[in-house]
Design a protein around this ligand. Sequence first.
Ligand SMILES: [Zn+2]
Length: 376
Amino acid sequence: MQAKPALVTNLLCLSLLAACGIKQASPSTPIRARILSSQDGVYSLRDVNFSTLVNVEHMQGSLGTILGHASASVDADPSEIIAASNPDGLYRKRGQTVHLDYIVKNGTVIPQSFASMEMLGLYYNFERTVMFWQEQLGLDFTSIGLPRLFYNPSLSRSKNGQEEKISEVMNAAYLSGIKDLWFYQTSPREKIPVKMNFGIVAHEFGHYIFDYAFAKFEPAAYETNLLSNSELLSGMNEGIADFFSYMVAGNAKEFAKSLPELEAERSLPVSWTLSTLRSAACEGGHYCRGSILASALYEISQSPGQSAIAVGKNVLANLPYFQHRWESEAMDELVDESLLLTPLLTSEGVDKSLYCKVFLKWFDTKSLQSNLPCNT
Ligand SMILES: [Zn+2]
């Protein structure tokens, strides 16, 4: 009988403590957190400030919410998934709010699990990327909209009437049809988790910008009846996303921080040109040709009087015109990069002789050169 009141008191204390704990643990905005983050290509544990994160427990902010526990069935091939326009057909679970495990020390959020650190890192990189486009290139995302962020979506396909789990098929992906960004489960191969890599998050967002500026988010805008045109466009999309990633993250060797094997194939500039592409030690398929475009844009941005932002603005401004040419020329006829290179080098105010010199160097085949309005 004596024990009863004591037990009740203990329970009360516990619940009071818990309540006090939660109160203490709600950080004030702007939220500051200790995470592994990149500054000029160097990753270290840093205290960083978030400008748009409002609720750290559920990773909600004015740029969006990180969604976890989504699952998708991916019976179709990857290109169909990426272009899928019906989320109901793709998602079996649409994703839920996440719960972060953290403590607050002297006003700084300290994540208490690997997943919590990853989600903070993902949001931080996303925020830095979106704000860069907003502030440096003047894009207004309140009218354009933003993609949704999926943390570790689980994928499965049906095999012999049974659902079979697929481990990761890609490390990160932008799904153009439904405008979602997927960041897959981290594999032990990643030195820095892909979702914490500023360059990779900026690259995926680069595809979103391409989808907006080139396609106005219309899957039909990419259409062609020729497989090699479709490969060419995929490569150009990759190359432009790589250049945009460099522009935003300020480092041309950022991907290799996560996956060292990408150093030779994706760090800018690459070691091959269009004429040596076939014999190049590059196994990335259409990425290898895309890297030539990325390298050319990179070289222009490094020239005196130029900057990555100036080149990025020129690309952004000419993507709608590129689409226009794509629509009228690429459906049944073989095309090449000149569909974009020509508007880039004839744009008002650009240094045409510099653009010509660099494009002729990287796209060094007679047939492509003859399509450029440069004196060859
Ligand atoms: Zn990509």
